[in-house]
Design a protein around this ligand. Structure first.
Ligand code: NAI
Length: 391
């Protein structure tokens, strides 16, 4: 089949298997170029198929020679529709890891469920004995809890309606967008889905099963961003969930003193999860321009590689006053934010191409789905039914 991108606002409903493989290959090449780190040897990644989780898996495997088990929620191709990008990424990752003799297996299922937790425990017991690192990198729209109740995550404010400039992704125009305030149920749902409860459940389950090594490290990812987006992010429903996630790191350390639990606050990047947040994509596009000009722009793999090399495994871990690792240090640097705010004030439909890196935004977007790689021949027929070796 010849696979073309089918974009609907912030989602692409097709993915290119060879392009996704190219995406994974480029990330591996970057990690190898950066050299080895004395990091984890056996790692579980929850949310391993795209974005920050995939970058974490690639870094552990190719910079630390770690055996990895990855958990994801992806769809294979049914022969007519392509698989989701995370499916193709994982197929490529496993094949490329195995070529180098690295253990890599994956579980495709709902990480929130007790069944998937049990499956992961069995796999660790049988194949690895224990894991010494767990990355928690889920971005999910909903979660069904043990009482069979399904909670939904909402991207709303908590302090009244908020109106700001926004990029209309359908036609690259600047519009004004109002985000409404969440009700109590929506706020509670977002905390249930994106807060730390499930991270704690994982740590409890892994500890009780004896599959966590002594002094195992676990890291969950968070975001803060600039004041401009506080109403929709940090002070919004998602920010409240992230607050809960951050508090959970402390709770895990208290409950399980043998676990080193950390929050890493990462940089704003185009991923399937973040493209869906209103107002934020315009900030991303401006941020990309400023950081590229200043030579500090990073993608997921650059962020996670730096997390491993400079923060997590370089001696004492540098943390802020709330005990968080700050990978958003370059994003929030005053010279970056001042320039972003200058552009933000001025940006409109006429000057958006000049004041923002809208092309870079879209380039990252297409790359996520395996499109727009100059060394992939998109006119060629490709087999869309790709198998993941371990599944
Ligand atoms: P993403 O959408 O690229 O990745 C989400 C991952 O979770 C995928 O592997 C997906 O398969 C998996 N997943 C979703 N629901 C699942 C379920 N029920 N069971 C098993 N796996 C499931 O998202 P991204 O952006 O990499 O986000 C990961 C974490 O990083 C999130 O906590 C997010 O808030 C955080 N973060 C993201 C930033 C960004 O700008 N993208 C910035 C800072 C933090």
């Amino acid at each position: 089949m010849i696979v073309e991108p089918k974009v609907r606002e912030f989602i692409c409903t097709t993915a290119h298997p060879e392009g996704c493989r190219e995406n994974v290959k480029r990330q591996i090449a970057y990690v190898k170029e950066k050299g080895q780190v004395c990091g984890p040897k056996k790692m579980l990644v929850i949310g391993a198929s795209t974005g920050y989780g995939l970058a974490s898996r690639i870094t552990a495997a190719f910079a630390c020679q770690a055996a990895t088990i990855g958990i994801m929620f992806e769809k294979p191709s049914n022969g007519k529709r392509t698989a989701t990008p995370g499916w193709y990424n994982t197929a490529a990752f496993e094949a490329l890891a195995q070529e180098e003799g690295l253990y890599a297996k994956s579980i495709n299922g709902d990480a929130f469920s007790a069944e998937v937790k049990q499956q992961a425990i069995e796999m660790i017991k049988e194949d690895l004995g224990q894991v010494d690192m767990v990355i928690y990198s889920l971005a999910a729209p909903r979660r069904t809890t043990a009482d069979n109740k399904t909670w939904s995550s909402t991207l709303k404010t908590t302090t009244g309606a908020f109106t700001e400039k926004s990029l209309d992704l359908r036609n690259n125009t600047i519009v004004t967008k109002t985000v409404e305030s969440a009700n109590d149920e929506e706020l509670e749902g977002t905390i249930k889905v994106m807060g730390g409860e499930d991270w704690m459940d994982w740590m409890d389950a892994l500890t009780n099963a004896g599959v966590l090594a002594e002094n195992a490290v676990t890291v969950a990812y968070s975001y803060i961003g600039p004041e401009l987006t506080y109403p929709i992010y940090t002070e919004g429903t998602i920010g409240q969930a992230k607050k809960h996630l951050t508090e959970t790191a402390g709770r895990i350390r208290e409950k399980h003193p043998g676990i080193q639990a950390y929050i890493s606050v990462n940089k704003a990047l185009v991923t399937q999860a973040s493209a869906a947040i209103p107002i934020v994509p315009l900030y991303f596009a401006i941020l990309y321009k400023v950081m590229k000009e200043q030579g500090t722009h990073e993608g997921c793999i650059e962020q996670i590689s730096r997390l491993f090399h400079d923060k997590l495994f370089a001696g004492e871990i540098p943390m802020d006053e709330q005990g968080r690792i700050r990978m958003d240090d370059w994003e929030l640097a005053p010279q970056v934010q001042d320039a972003v705010m200058d552009c933000w004030k001025e940006v409109d439909t006429e000057n958006v191409k000049k004041l923002s890196d809208i092309e870079g935004y879209w380039e990252d977007f297409y790359h996520m789905f395996g499109f727009h790689f100059d060394n992939v021949d998109y006119s060629r027929d490709v087999d869309i039914q790709v198998e993941i070796p371990s599944l």
